[in-house]
Ligand binder design. Structure first.
Ligand SMILES: [Zn+2]
Length: 280
């Protein structure tokens, strides 16, 4: 019997009782360059697809539960890349403790996972996350820059991870977060899913402190924002412990990307890139 087998029931319990549990070390990725400044237009349209080649092909959110989303609240989406890693259980435990204390303003998030680091032992943890309302997204299998790949390798990178995730959440396709946020028109033209990048970058992968991560989100917050964080950093977990209650106190609810788009009436078009989803 492995250690994680014992922890998954505990994690489910944390949803109700609010305690946390550690997880084993796992693979981490290096070299994560920041997004170019032109991605941060203040006066851009509320939702900004950079490609609209598949106008009629819209991401299906009919099965996305938004019954817990409070209509009078501002919404912000938290995303965690590069997992599952050693801190995923800790991240889920922070959410579980917050949700136990705030059943009127439940928080969820989206994990963009790399198929190449999903271990057999991770399956139960990921299933638990899905049951708790978290969304699983595709961050490719090997974390290659998609703009550097030939068409066949690109499809393989996405399909291998979709197949692994389907065994967990039963969905054949998943929102895509391109490694390094790098995408171009040629890649988008080959995609049958929306590309989700971000409007707020915590730069947690650079070793930023808990305080820096906290401030990077809290000072830049706006309704419809998509926040980039990573699974794998203790400082990120600690910043979350403050961000969840403080954002609630400022009128926010934290939700997954698909829930944000659905609750805000934003149709995500397959093959288009999004960095936020403001209320329509
Ligand atoms: Zn990544």
């Amino acid at each position: 019997m492995n250690k994680s087998f014992l922890l998954y029931p505990l994690l489910i319990m944390t949803f109700f009782t609010g305690c946390s549990a550690p997880k084993q070390e796992n693979v981490q990725f290096n070299a994560y360059p920041p997004r170019p400044l032109e991605d941060y237009f203040e006066d851009a349209p509320p939702i900004q697809p950079t490609e609209t080649k598949k106008e009629t092909d819209v991401w299906d959110t009919s099965d996305i539960d938004i019954s817990y989303v409070q209509k009078d609240r501002k919404l912000i989406s938290f995303t965690f890349d590069d997992g599952p890693s050693k801190t995923m259980e800790n991240i889920l435990a922070v959410f579980a403790e917050y949700n136990e204390r705030n059943p009127d303003c439940r928080a969820t998030a989206t994990f963009f996972l790399n198929g190449g680091v999903i271990l057999p032992d991770d399956t139960s943890l990921l299933q638990t996350a899905t049951l708790l309302g978290f969304e699983l997204g595709n961050h490719t299998h090997s974390h290659f820059d998609l703009t550097s790949l030939d068409k066949e390798t690109l499809q393989t990178e996405i399909e291998k991870t979709d197949a692994l995730l389907e065994k967990i959440d039963g969905k054949s396709r998943h929102l895509l977060r391109p490694p390094f946020g790098r995408i171009n028109g040629e890649v988008k033209a080959q995609l049958a899913v929306p590309v989700i990048n971000w409007s707020i970058d915590t730069l947690d992968w650079t070793g930023n402190s808990e305080e820096k991560i906290y401030q990077s989100v809290y000072t830049a917050r706006f309704s419809g924002a998509i926040v980039l964080m990573h699974d794998g950093y203790r400082a990120t977990v600690n910043a979350l412990k403050r961000l969840l209650p403080d954002l609630k106190a400022d009128g926010y609810q934290i939700v997954s990307v698909s829930a944000l788009a659905k609750a805000h009436g934003c149709a995500l078009r397959n093959g288009s890139e999004y960095i936020r989803a403001r209320k329509q």
